[in-house]
Design a protein around this ligand. Sequence first.
Ligand code: TRH
Length: 396
Amino acid sequence: MNMSIQARVTSSCDIFCNVIDNFGDIGVCWRLARQLANEHGLSVRLWVDDPGSFSKLCPGADISLDTQRCRDVEVCRWSKPFPDVHPAGLVIEAFACKLPQRYIEAMAAQARKPVWINLEYLSAEDWVEGCHGLPSPHPTLPLTKYFFFPGFTKQTGGLLLESDLLARRDAFQSDAGQQRAFWQSIGMKIPVAETLKISLFAYENAALDGLFGVWASGTQPVLCLVPEGRILPQVGRYFGDAAPCTGNDYARGNLQVRVLPFVEQERYDELLWACDVNFVRGEDTFVRAQWAGKPFIWQVYPQQDAVHLKKLAAFLALYSGPLGKSACGAVQGLWQAWNTESGAGQAWPAFMAERGELDRHAQHWARQLAENNLALNLLDFSREIGRMRAFEIEGQ
Ligand code: TRH
């Protein structure tokens, strides 16, 4: 076999990211880019059309630059017209963003065609397994694009997971010093043991008042940490503050709320590890909450015609399936209430009553998912395509 072909396929990578909104698109791309560069030694260029969003995740970045090195990744502005560049051996178009025509033509002009992957959105729906890995030949050029689907089963591409993440999580959770440092970094002391610590990263949600109400009137002290973002105005309204901002503290009854700054991406995990229950959203934080091994509530990204509720139902079926009847009902009840924006306060006590089982399940779930690593699968998949092509070329 021609080893130079195999090496070329996997030594350089271009990732294209079109930021639609929020931080999920760039969040996934930035995480993948770092992993391919830092753990697998690839030379990675990340092309992003909205450097402002990127700089929220990587505050050291300079948004005025067209190209810069961040954590061993070359981060480039995806400008129009697109510059004349030599394509990488592995080309990842994230979430079906349209690659620049000039770049596609440059790919087609290579004697050894790059491996072209469309990295899709994450979903637990059944059809994903059947579509993962399918080829899509270009209608006019000698190029084939392959669909790569992340997912929760062995028949999918798996999930993004840094090789040391679970060990770092466990070290954090068994080290009071690291935990103290985390709480200090947000200007707080370690909360007293009986406090229920909750992180809340969410889109606007009409169910928030009901949830805050039940936390405020409950017998257990609740500390809710809210990263700044779309739900913040609602948090402010609940406490009668028209201009809520980072660093603010609010209290009512047994509920205390602290607004946190948006931190660089690597630091967000500590928030999840430090809390007992996490509210997450979109795609990337949804996955991070699963690695945290704690009970969590997912707010799925809202789409037209309630398509997102199918996504929710598919994941819920998979995630809550192994639970006992009562815990299963509690998870389904709260997640449905949060995603339909009504009745989350009423659904909360049942969820809390099942916490022991939910804790155990969350840990088991993370261990099980960790066996299917997206970056490794993606590289294996690319090498396999490279190998098949090498045979084709040699056979000619
Ligand atoms: O921001 P999201 O809602 O992203 C999306 C996009 O809307 C996208 O268009 C949609 O298709 C997708 O969801 C499903 O949620 P997500 O995916 O959880 O991304 C948030 C990112 O922000 C994630 O990478 C973690 C990061 N983050 C930080 O870096 N620091 C922080 O303090 C917080 C709270 C998050």
